[in-house]
Write a protein that binds this ligand. Sequence first.
Ligand SMILES: [Zn+2]
Length: 183
Amino acid sequence: MNAMTSNKQEIGERICSNCKMRCTPTQLYCPRCGYILPDVLNNDARGMMATGTLIPLELGQPVLIQPGTGFFHRQARLFLHHDSGKTLSVDVRSGIKVIGRRSNEAAAESNLIDLSELGAKEFGVSRRHVQLSLSDESVYAIDLGSTNGTFLNRERLIPEKPYVVRNRAVLQVGVLILRVQFG
Ligand SMILES: [Zn+2]
């Protein structure tokens, strides 16, 4: 190993401004703390304009809390993890998605994220429970007047009101728990 470079950032390596973890060039978000990586923002003029308050970040400079976990990069994908090991990919770029469960009587909406196989009915998930949408480079959740409520990090959402969904948030649909991951 070259001692001259052993303590420095490797070419292409991304170091998380929040927790200092060394990340690979292909990662957009720190896998440990969920913050967007600073180089991703530095190399993304559109992202910087959209967030307004962002300035190019020097290595080690703290990342502002707002874009830290709430900024949804234009190349990012949205995943919902369930404790069973099942992961749902939610394509928020193609339009509004509705999380719920399939009705036996009617054909499923094409934008339905069906939680039936995760035991949706038993866990109090309404047919049209909560919607996820992308706007201004943030993902928003809106509870659709569900019977048992939607919770983000244990906070109950007021129906019809949009809330920013942050990377690694815990999204509780009725009593069914999903973990949000941007990747
Ligand atoms: Zn980190």
